[in-house]
Design a protein. Structure first.
Ligand SMILES: Nc1ncnc2c1ncn2[C@@H]1O[C@H](COP(=O)(O)OP(=O)(O)O)[C@@H](O)[C@H]1O
Ligand SMILES: [Mg+2]
Length: 259
């Protein structure tokens, strides 16, 4: 199983949007796909149509191992290949458990070994803060995708995320490599890119190998439409808007093939 964490150290950077479309596209290509919601705000869980009762197992129980791993994995209504380990707002209570365990950075990686034979790929939606949950989802990753708004704030979010990754690698808390940086909400007026967007994307190219900066996700209501209609962009006829995800899917497909 190839594990990819979608992370960026601020809210509103496109993490959940990216995770959701990657999950839909990978599962539609026939890969058994596990999605994991690690944000106590649980937007991914909601977008996938789940309204959980307080007693239903989630990532909290998966991490604490209080039930079997399979009990925390739910089939989704999107297709037969897409599954979810959901979150709810109780997930915040796992922070102390992770820090007291002494092995917080490797705990999720260890837990995922139990299901690694069932799935080809695991897509993890990370929380926006630098927290114990954030460390364990980066520790579990083979690769990271870092979405970052094409703005001053987004550029800052990328820089902080790369700093964190560097620090974690230094102490052996992760081996994750950056698979791509995905500029989010890139604004264009006709054929002209907004100045702030252009400056931010240029800044991103200076922070990582320029080849790692993926084609942008344009500012557009159509992404939200697709999320709400539980569809992919191409299913709604917006194939051109899907291009950044297609490039990513191609990279991921090759990595799955070589694993
Ligand atoms: N292409 C887009 N243009 C404008 N807004 C978008 C686009 N794609 C998604 N959004 C909206 O932007 C907001 C933030 O995206 P989200 O993926 O939730 O970020 P994060 O998970 O990093 O907090 C959401 O309300 C989402 O619906
Ligand atoms: Mg989110």
């Amino acid at each position: 199983m190839l594990t990819i964490t979608i992370t960026s150290l601020s809210g509103g950077q496109g993490k959940t949007t990216t995770a959701l479309f990657l999950g839909r596209l990978l599962s539609r290509q026939g890969f058994p796909t596990l999605m994991l919601d690690s944000d106590p705000q649980h937007n991914l869980t909601t977008y996938l149509g789940f309204e959980l009762e307080p007693n239903q197992p989630t990532l909290l129980e998966f991490l604490k191992k209080t039930v079997t791993p399979e009990d925390c994995i739910y089939p989704t209504s999107y297709n037969d290949n897409l599954f979810l380990i959901p979150a709810d707002d109780q997930l915040d209570t796992v922070q102390d458990y992770l820090s007291n365990s002494g092995v917080g950075a490797t705990l999720l990686k260890r837990r995922l070994e139990a299901v690694a034979k069932i799935f080809k790929v695991c897509i993890i939606d990370a929380p926006p803060q630098r927290s114990q949950i954030c460390l364990t989802v980066i520790g579990a990753a083979d690769y990271l995708v870092i979405p970052a708004e094409a703005s001053v704030k987004g550029y800052g979010s990328l820089v902080r995320t790369l700093d964190l990754l560097g620090g974690l690698r230094d102490v052996g808390a992760t081996n994750a490599e950056v698979l791509g940086v995905l500029p989010f909400r890139d604004r264009w007026f006709g054929n002209t890119q907004a100045q702030e967007s252009r400056a931010a994307v240029e800044g991103m190219r200076d922070e990582v190998d320029a080849g790692l900066v993926l084609p942008s996700i344009r500012e557009s209501e159509r992404y939200k439409q697709a999320i709400n209609k539980r569809a992919t962009l191409s299913e709604l006829g917006y194939t051109d808007l899907e291009y950044p995800f297609e490039i990513l899917i191609e990279k991921i497909g090759k990595l799955i093939g070589s694993k």
